[in-house]
Design a protein around this ligand. Structure first.
Ligand code: 4NP
Length: 153
């Protein structure tokens, strides 16, 4: 089983969006029994909350329902994740600072092909959920292609 964990700051905007989009791509590829998808936040402020209404709205506009609840990343996640996919450089620094390095820790947009952005901007304060959605889809497509190639799926 390949475990993919998406990480952002609050686990209510970007990483739940990435989790939901990536899960849909995995389902469409018929790989749901091979690739496990989850998300978590480096911070604990929103633990237990549903995803931000902006994330749920943009997902719903694309036919995706998301019912996950926010949780904080923990040491067990680091050992059980095959791919640890952060939304921005700050998430990467936070993860390294708290848990040390991980052999497959990347930013989602390292896998994107349609943008020069490498950090997914945080829509929590300034909005832009539609723009973030486009970036997330781009990164998730590239990530799935990479995982399929690397894992022989
Ligand atoms: P996320 O967005 O990391 O994409 O879930 C945020 C959500 C909440 C906060 C910051 C970013 N916050 O400071 O509460």
């Amino acid at each position: 089983m390949v475990n993919v964990l998406f990480v952002c700051l609050g686990n209510i905007c970007r990483s739940p969006m990435a989790e939901a989009v990536f899960q849909q791509l995995v389902n469409e590829a018929g790989l749901a029994d091979k690739i496990l998808v989850d998300s978590a936040g480096t911070g604990a402020w929103h633990v237990g909350e549903a995803a931000h209404v902006g994330t749920r709205r943009v997902l719903a506009q694309h036919g995706i329902t998301y019912t996950g609840r926010a949780r904080q990343v923990n040491a067990q996640d680091l050992s059980s994740s095959t791919y640890l996919i952060a939304m921005d450089s700050e998430n990467i620094s936070d993860l390294r600072h708290r848990f040390g390095d991980h052999p497959r820790l990347y930013r989602l947009l390292d896998f994107a092909t349609q943008t020069t952005e490498r950090d997914v901007p945080d829509p929590y304060y300034s909005g832009g959920f539609d723009y973030v959605y486009g970036l997330v889809v781009d990164g998730c497509r590239g990530l799935l292609a990479t995982i399929r190639a690397k894992e022989g799926l």
